[in-house]
Design a protein around this ligand. Structure first.
Ligand code: PMP
Length: 424
């Protein structure tokens, strides 16, 4: 069954379409934190942040079905729900980002955010980190470095070394914030010298794709000063940290402690329904609206808006942010109690966990981590890796993940670590 689906994919989708795992999963059903494959095997989902309030949550399903049965159009007609959604989300932000454009993907949201910064500053230079992913549009994909772009790297994009809690930028944890900011200052100077000027810096406040480094609140302060002094905007990509995942805060930028001019969000927002958004201050929004005649056919449609409203209901009604805080602390305790000579660091932020492995020589244990992931999946726990060298286990479960689930993951991981042969 799986074999023939793989063949059909190759025939119908072309080569090199990504799948997870050596034996790709054919999933047919989900509920809460659980997934089932076509053979009826059950998996604990310790990876997916899109089904934020749990796979197929009945409140969200019902909201989508109810609205789909009444009306679905677009934002060139008047409708309350998109406005209610912007009002409600805007109220969770504390730095004046009260106006929004609703989109269908995080990529679109980031694409707009970059263009907002260019419209607001009249400049085109962009700074991001050197091990990130912010999406797949022509503009945003210039910030990802996995494959060299055709025609070469864009000259108005500068990628600075990402923060790291094992190999800190500048060589020391205490000096990392200043060293990171110094690299940003150098990038600003280069953009100015090259005639682009600075429009913005775009970052994920958890630096999640970078490897989820442990960073103290205030880490970004010196960097924000550099950006502000150069007249640039700060854009927070909340696609991963947002909607309470970090437990301590609803938004990652509040956890790290900086005030963005533009906030983008996506993945968890509709629990799997494609809905995303870019929030901005009214001043920034006005410059964008004047510079671009932007319309998004599906963005903000009544069904998507209803899905996103329902997600917010469940986060509130089921106390999911608080659960992320308490379960997050418990899971970290369990992960930190694991023993293996190659565990170099255990990190976490609410319901987002990273376990980094280095070999005896201090090299990234990439192959070992790949084997651990396969063994975990074979035992019914879905997870994956992050970081430049893919040597950090990445666990980022749906938000209803609780202590009982944390025990399953930690107990399974203990067995897998004890039985997986070490290889670099
Ligand atoms: N920003 C970040 C930080 C992401 O991780 C991703 C997707 N992994 C995106 C943006 C793009 O979102 P989408 O796939 O919805 O376009």
């Amino acid at each position: 069954m799986t074999e023939s689906l793989l063949e059909r994919r190759a025939r119908l989708m072309g080569p090199n379409v990504p799948t997870f795992y050596r034996q790709p999963l054919h999933l047919v059903r989900g509920e809460g934190v659980w997934l089932w494959d076509a053979a009826g095997k059950r998996y604990l989902d310790c990876y997916n942040n899109v089904p934020h309030v749990g796979h197929c949550h009945p409140h969200v399903v019902q909201a989508i079905c109810a609205q789909a049965g009444v009306l679905n159009t677009h934002t060139r007609y008047l409708h309350e729900t998109a406005l209610d959604l912007i009002d409600r989300l805007g109220a969770t932000m504390h730095h004046g980002t009260t106006q929004a454009i609703l989109t269908c993907t995080g990529s679109e949201a980031n694409d707009i955010a970059l263009r907002m910064a260019q419209a607001a500053t009249g400049k085109t230079g962009i700074i991001a980190t050197d091990n990130t992913y912010h999406g797949n549009t022509a503009l945003v994909s210039q910030l990802s470095t996995r494959k060299p772009p055709i025609g070469g790297y864009a000259k108005n994009v500068k990628l600075v070394p990402a923060p790291d809690s094992l190999r800190p930028v500048g060589g020391s944890i205490e000096g990392q914030a200043a060293a990171f900011a110094a690299n940003v200052a150098r990038a600003v100077a280069e953009l100015e010298a090259d005639g682009f000027g600075l429009s913005c810096m775009l970052i994920c406040p958890l630096f999640a794709n970078e490897g989820l480094p442990d960073l103290a609140p205030g880490f970004l302060d010196p960097t924000v000063q550099v950006i502000r002094k150069a007249g640039g905007l700060m854009i927070a990509d909340e696609v991963q940290p947002g909607f309470g995942r970090s437990g301590s805060h609803f938004w990652g930028h509040d956890r790290l402690g900086f005030a963005p001019d533009v906030v983008t969000m996506g993945k968890p927002m509709g629990n799997g329904h494609p809905v995303a958004a870019v929030f901005a201050t009214p001043a920034v929004m006005a410059t964008f609206r004047e510079a671009f005649g932007y319309f998004n056919t599906f963005g903000g449609n009544p069904v998507s808006a209803a899905a996103a409203m329902a997600v917010l209901d469940v986060i509130e009604n089921e106390g999911l942010q608080d659960n992320a805080r308490t379960t997050g602390a418990y899971m970290l305790e369990r992960l930190r109690a694991l023993r293996h000579p190659w565990i170099a660091q255990v990190r976490g932020a609410g319901q987002f966990y990273g376990v980094e492995f280095l070999t005896d020589d201090g090299a990234p244990a990439t192959a070992f981590v790949a084997d651990v992931i396969e063994a975990m999946v074979a035992r019914g726990v879905i997870l994956n890796n992050i970081g430049k060298h893919r040597n950090t286990l990445k666990m980022r479960p749906p938000m209803p993940f609780n202590r009982e689930h944390a025990d399953i993951v930690a107990d399974t991981l203990a067995v897998v670590l004890a039985t997986t042969p070490v290889r670099a």
